[in-house]
Design a protein around this ligand. Structure first.
Ligand SMILES: [Fe+2]
Length: 414
């Protein structure tokens, strides 16, 4: 069975007049990707029916919402299934999750990684192509919102439940694809926690692990014959515009950089990487899996979704090779990761410091603020970054910092 998987998909309500114009139809995909049996993308937000009234949930980060015209866009592209385990699916609370699951069913699209409650979200789901089965286990990091076990929810990462599902599928001799939503945004490499986790999932019996969320294409590797794609990048994404806070924060960081204190905002360092995405075709054959194809796409609001060809394709392959080479050299990988933490962590710590100063946080009734701090400790990737930053005895060399800044701009040149 061949399954084609792309990264994050969201076209927020009201962002464009006709979302259908932004994507090519399924025949173009088939031409680029070759033959495949099943098409999977990550649906990075709730799809609410037009007449549904729902309030945004209290969480940190942008709030996303799509309207039900999106189902036709997904059908146009030939999407068979969507992963709904992510940090935005709960942006409009239980109502948004229920609408999304109902809408998917109505339009003949399968969903993975959400449910009416936590047990349901972790139900063992599989696809069947001509009698050949594949379990798709979708989970997301503790990012963005809080888990309410008895309410509609995405499948927040629960290692025990995930291990149980992998074991159960393998006991039935069904191969397992784990879809993971997490990682450090705009970082071209996975963090050490994710890398270790993915390997242990393979040790448990997963045939392949594929991740998204970082909003940039990331490195990939093979471990014990299992492909591990740490970040497919964005596939088709129109999220929310920066909040006032986001803009003021970026301006402040830019000003400090001009004054010689600190690095430019991350969105400036990695300004184009969010336009690119990898689509991988994995071929499952009994217990083994091979990477049948990797193609690149680029999405901009003006030009829509375009597949990359010829010289531009070769340049994308070269970029991925550059980051893959770093990953397979443990020492080099460690140094780049340290430098990444050094560049990015201070903004998280300063946010925590600002809100904890003078006991403000203890008495704060601003739940959103509290969640925002809790998220820094609860989200596996952010926590890893902060802990690694705080526990390093020496700062990275200035040469390594310069090289890491350069690496973040890998996708900036056309
Ligand atoms: Fe995400």
């Amino acid at each position: 069975m061949k399954i084609a998987i792309s990264g994050d998909f969201v076209i927020r309500s009201g962002s464009v007049a006709n979302p259908m114009d932004l994507v090519p139809d399924a025949s173009v995909e088939a031409e680029v990707l070759g033959e495949f049996d099943y098409r999977l993308v990550n649906l990075e937000g709730p799809v609410l029916a037009r007449n549904t009234k729902a309030k945004p949930t209290a969480k940190c980060g942008p709030i996303l919402r799509m309207d039900d015209a999106i189902w036709d866009v997904l059908r146009k592209m030939g999407v068979d299934g969507v992963t709904t385990a992510n940090n935005h699916i709960g942006d409009y609370g239980p109502v948004g999750i229920i609408d999304t699951m109902n809408g998917a069913r109505k339009h003949g699209i399968e969903f993975f990684g959400s449910g009416l409650n936590f047990d349901h979200a972790y139900g063992l789901r599989m696809i069947d192509v001509g009698g050949e089965k594949l379990a798709i286990l979708a989970v997301n990091e503790h990012d963005g919102a809080i888990l309410h076990e008895r309410e509609p929810t995405p499948a927040f990462l629960d290692l025990g439940r995930l291990a149980k599902n992998i074991t159960q599928a393998r006991f039935q001799e069904i191969p397992v694809l784990v879809y993971y939503h997490g990682g450090n945004q705009h970082c071209p490499l996975p963090n050490p926690y994710m890398r270790n986790l993915f390997r242990r999932l393979v040790d448990l019996g997963a045939s392949a692990v594929v991740a998204t969320h970082a909003h940039c294409p990331q490195a990939w590797e093979v471990y014990r014959k299992a492909p591990l794609f740490y970040g497919l990048g964005n596939f088709c994404l129109i999220g929310r515009k920066d909040s006032k806070h986001g803009i003021s924060f970026q301006l402040k960081r830019k000003l400090l950089h001009i004054l010689g204190r600190g690095f430019p905002p991350v969105k400036e360092l990695a300004k184009k990487s969010h336009e690119y995405g990898l689509t991988v075709v994995l071929e499952f054959n009994g217990g083994s899996v091979t990477v049948s194809k990797i193609r690149f796409s680029r999405f901009t609001v003006d030009d829509g979704l375009k597949w990359i060809h010829d010289d531009e394709h070769l340049s994308c392959v070269k970029r991925i090779k550059e980051i893959n080479d770093i990953l397979i050299d443990d020492k080099h990988y460690g140094k780049v990761w340290d430098a990444w933490c050094h560049i990015l962590t201070p903004q998280h710590l300063s946010m925590i410091q600002r809100n904890l100063a003078g006991g403000k946080m203890i008495f704060s009734k601003d739940f959103r603020k509290r969640i925002s701090i809790a998220n820094r400790f609860g989200c596996e990737s952010t926590r890893t970054m902060i802990l690694d930053y705080l526990t390093r005895k020496k700062p990275p060399s200035s040469d390594m910092l310069d090289k890491t800044v350069e690496l973040m701009g890998l996708w900036n040149d056309d």
